[in-house]
Design a protein around this ligand. Sequence first.
Ligand code: GLC
Length: 506
Amino acid sequence: MKDFGYDISDFRDIDPIFGTMEDFNSLLASAHSKGLKLVMDFVPNHSSDEHEWFIRSLQREDPYTDYYVWQDPAGFDGDGNPIPPNNWVSVFRYSMWEWREERQQFYLHQFVPGQPDLNYRNPNVLTEMKDVIRFWLEKGVDGFRQDAVAHIWEDEQFLDEPLSNNPNALDENDYDYYDHIYTNNLEGTRVILAEFYTVFKEVEALDGFPRLTMLEVYVSIEDQLKYYKVSDFPFNFALMNVRGPPVKAEDAKREIDQILDRIPTNYTYNWVFGNHDKWRLPDRIGGSELVDAFNLMSLSLPGVAISYYGEEIGMTNNMDISYEQTVDPAGCNCGPDHYNDEPCSRDPERTPMQWNAEFNAGFNSEGSSEPWLPVNSDFDTINVDAQQGNPQSHLNLYKEMIKLRNLEPTYTFGDAKTQLDGDILSIARLQEQIFYDVYVTMVNFGSETQTANIFQSFQPYLEFGLVLISTSGPDGENPIGTVVDLTSISLAPYQTVVVRLTPSKA
Ligand code: GLC
């Protein structure tokens, strides 16, 4: 728990704080019996320093001696202290090197010292980790999110990394202070991922069940294309680049179009706008007005829509966690003055799911142990229970959109086209060859009512739209069931509507 599950001491077992392997097996069976797939997190870059491999490596016990990246010191200072091999700085601040007296060497850790990096130049490590993937896939797990894959491979010359001149870096101990040309996103990483990918294919061929592999990798679109060759898809974080306030419709359009224009349509698109490492959407864009817009946009776009728990009810960051209560190493290492700055502590976006307005938001019962992070104080209004009965709630709009997307083949087979008119962004889903219905999601990013002509981009299609989903209630603008004229549609501030094109007003 030095990095809350990302420091693994046994790749083939379940941490007792979560239960036993029997519990896991029954979870998997019960998910499958409900038609759900279960995807796990695979952490190939590092283990815990409590892993048996590391303990043996520390003792230079073969075959584990080179299971990790060990280097001699660059020298010793005047006081006899060892000097790290180079200037590499970890993702969570401070040197990437940790000295161990036992070996009189430093080991590499791209994250916290409790997460020593595995050495993939040693073929045994690759074989071991491929076996780990096989172990879970053969158990019937439906796939993996592969963690922090850009960090798998380092340049073997161990040269200093150049400065980035990034003004957001706190100081020279900060990851952003350097340009990570020797430690991040190297070709060797993709060679290893290609090896992992063969295991997915092997197991699929054996039992006939498709397995999913998605990569956590923050890279340019050019590089995303390379990662598509070694996975089902790398995560597309484009929607996270849309910031506010104010949120600009043209920013959203640009980010979406870059993906649609530059990633071939036979690749699986995917859309992520939140995860356990980034501030929650309302805090990133400066308000909750566009929560539905983002949920409905990502569910309207082609490919896989990825949701982080709480997004479906519009959960916000818990910014009331004190420095003393902060547990995330990324936050602790930023110190009391900066721990709550973005991107330091990740605790604010990791607080318990808000189920109801009762004790600890229904996350656990009174008398049981406290949750690992304090519940966000907005849980009395932002919770599943409160939203269940309200057709206009974030939760119900989200559910409606999922229903529509599952029902209508356009959302599976259709192309996507975007259009901008003032602050109104439209995303159309259409299929030119086959006669499936055309659907358009329209978002007014502006704080004023606005009128747009959507029809200009859809001339060969129909001019009217039947409103299927609307963020305004029955008395608001464009209620469900009304027919709207796409040559001149008015949307209330921050409103989103989803329409199906229809022949006429009648
Ligand atoms: C990934 C995870 C993050 C974790 C890190 C190290 O970025 O998403 O939560 O701290 O890898 O494993």
